[in-house]
Structures are given as C-alpha cells and as structure tokens.
Ligand binder design. Structure first.
Ligand code: NAG
Ligand code: NAG
Length: 170
C-alpha cells in the first residue's frame, strides 16, 4: 500500500465517520423536536364542601409533562397552566386555573407532579351548589414565548373526570 493510498483510505474513512456523526446529530434534533409528552388526570378529591354560597372541591391531580422539545433556539420561556373545566346550571362554562408555572429552561421542562393540589385559592369552586357528581375536564395549556416573534399557544385536553357524588367535609 502506498502512502498516498493509505492517506486516501483514511480520508474516506474520516469522511464516512463525519457523515455518520452528522446523521446522528440530525436524528437527535428530530427526536428533540418531537411532540411534547403531557398527561394529566384526576387522582382523588380530598373533600367536597358546601360553604358561603358555593361548593368547594379539593381535587388532587397527577401531572406528567416533558416540554423540553419546546425549547429551540428562539424559545425564551413557557407559561404552563393546568385548568379544570366544567359546566353547571349557573355557569355555562367554568374554567379555573388549578396550577401555573413559568418554565425558563429545558432543565425545568420535565414535570412530574403526582399529587398536584390547586394553588391559591386551593380549591375548585362554583357559584352555587352544583359540584356534586359534576363531570369535568382538565386541560394542560402552555404558551411558548419566543425571544423574537409572536406567542404561540398549545393545549391538550383530558376528559371524563368526575367530582364525588356527595359532600365530604373532611
Ligand atoms: C369535556 O370533554 C368532552 C370530550 O371532549 C366534551 O364533549 C365536553 O364538552 C367537555 N366538557 C367541558 C366542560 O369542557
Ligand atoms: C401519574 O401519571 C403517570 C403518567 O401517566 C403514571 O405513570 C403514574 O403512575 C401516575 N401516578 C399516580 C400517583 O397516579
């Protein structure tokens, strides 16, 4: 084998390695830009009370989210909201923010909250006494705030949850 030939083989080999590395990087990018994984469900209700003209339900939710793929070069931060939606005779459509968070970087974009209790006012309320047995949905919504450009909103709905059938004054 001449030196030139050896050099040529080495160049070809290096070229192949570089091509493979490039493909791998592209594949990683592809995986990272995949769909965010989000699930949220109703785990339990720690009390359903009748007070001061309304019902108050202490729901416990289970949020699992991986929003890392929303962080691209142009992402400044995410505003994440967990909402509880229901309809009652008093309010055609009620939407209550159960929880919200600002996610500033990829490292904090993985959320595992198996016992998420609503933030202030710590409970789901309704003007009236209509929460017993009430069906409700949960939405996980997030606004993507870019460094440059317009805010974009995304939402996932999880349907088919239900409040306890009766009051529980624990
Ligand atoms: C809950 O979701 C179901 C199924 O998507 C829908 O039919 C229902 O109208 C929703 N209810 C509320 C209160 O958003
Ligand atoms: C919460 O949800 C995740 C994802 O669906 C599931 O793996 C986990 O077991 C749930 N935890 C509880 C306490 O329900």
């Amino acid at each position: 084998m001449t030196h030139l030939h050896r050099l040529n083989s080495l160049a070809t080999f290096t070229g192949t390695v570089l091509a493979v590395v490039c493909l791998a990087v592209t594949a990683t990018d592809f995986v990272h830009s995949g769909e965010p994984l989000v699930t949220c469900e109703h785990v339990s209700t720690e009390g359903l009370q009748k007070e001061f003209g309304h019902d108050r339900a202490y729901v416990v939710l289970n949020l699992t989210a991986d929003l890392r793929s929303e962080f691209v070069w142009n992402t400044k931060q995410l505003f994440v909201f967990v909402n509880v939606l229901f309809e009652t005779p008093t309010n055609a459509a009620s939407e209550m923010v159960a929880w919200s968070s600002i996610v500033k970087d990829k490292e904090h974009a993985v959320m595992t909250l198996p016992a998420l209790r609503p933030q202030y006012p710590y409970a789901i309320t309704d003007q009236g006494f209509n929460l017993r047995g009430r069906h409700f949905n949960i939405t996980v919504a997030w606004n993507v705030m870019p460094k440059v450009g317009a805010l974009s909103k995304r939402v996932r709905t999880f349907a088919g949850f239900r409040m306890p059938a009766d009051y529980d004054n624990r």
